[in-house]
Design a protein around this ligand. Structure first.
Ligand SMILES: [Zn+2]
Ligand SMILES: [Zn+2]
Length: 263
């Protein structure tokens, strides 16, 4: 199985996941052009995609979904509440590409399952993708709090893209208007670096595991700080970090595709 974060952050999100025979995008929250150029940069053919899975209707997750669907005749998968909330923003989608998904969809040799994520959207979800060999990838962002359901959804995955949105001090003293600060900090907002680390500590085995920190804020976080904060909390708890160790920690870029994680 292969995973690359094409873009991950408050300015737009799109993740590429593929197995031997199938490949999918999770979210398409930049222009179609940006997503296609990122796919070209990692050497992937958009015509091989089998679908786009949408987490929720915010524009940093759906901006290019309509265009890509029309251009490559791609099905878009989302739950019913998300479809109702995003339908008008996507433009015209061919009826056969409007796919309402409940909990699980099987596409080729990939099974994609969703789990609920608390966020100020109609019905935000995270996804776990499983290949025929039982390898598991999960992504979870835009989460106000880390819940038991999220824990259950991601705990067995060898590779997880996990939100590490903001540094609480940077957010509190930064330029966001007061209302927006409260929104981000709320239980329907985004997960801080510190809370991300605490959530990771609850996961335990399987090891080794790769954790990619994602959906970083461009205003209230910097990659080095996110990495340092999470690293120090994990180390303090005795977790061994590094390639092949218990956890290999990485950060997804907001503006360019990450190297492949092969597993
Ligand atoms: Zn959101
Ligand atoms: Zn978002």
């Amino acid at each position: 199985m292969k995973f690359s974060s094409l873009y991950s952050g408050s300015s737009g999100n799109s993740l590429f996941v593929s197995s031997k025979d199938s490949s999918v995008l999770i979210d398409a929250g930049l222009t179609g052009k940006s997503i296609l150029s990122a796919m070209e940069a990692i050497g992937e053919e958009p015509s091989r995609l089998m679908g786009i899975f949408i987490t929720h209707e915010h524009s940093d997750h759906i901006k290019g979904a309509g265009i890509l669907s029309r251009k490559f005749n791609l099905p878009i998968f989302a739950n019913e509440a998300t479809w109702l909330a995003m339908e008008r923003s996507l433009g015209k989608i061919a009826p056969h590409n409007v796919r309402v998904m409940d909990k699980e969809i099987v596409l080729g040799d990939l099974a994609v399952r969703s789990f609920r994520v608390p966020h100020d959207a109609a019905a935000c979800v995270g996804y776990t993708v499983e290949d025929a060999k039982g390898r598991l990838f999960s992504s979870v962002t835009d989460m106000g709090v880390f819940t038991r359901e999220i824990h259950e959804g991601i705990k067995d995955s060898q590779v997880i893209l996990m939100e590490s949105n903001h540094d609480v001090q940077m957010l509190k003293y930064g330029p966001y208007p007061y209302d927006l600060k409260l929104r981000v900090l709320s239980e329907l907002g985004h997960l801080s670096n510190e809370d991300c680390a605490k959530a990771l500590l609850t996961l335990g085995a399987p090891h080794p595991r790769t954790i990619v920190l994602g959906h970083l804020s461009g205003t209230n976080n910097v990659p080095e700080l996110a990495l340092q904060t999470v690293q120090s909390i994990l180390k303090e708890a005795g977790v061994v970090l590094g390639e092949g160790a218990q956890i290999d920690l990485k950060v997804a870029s907001r503006i360019r595709p990450s190297a492949y994680t092969d597993f």
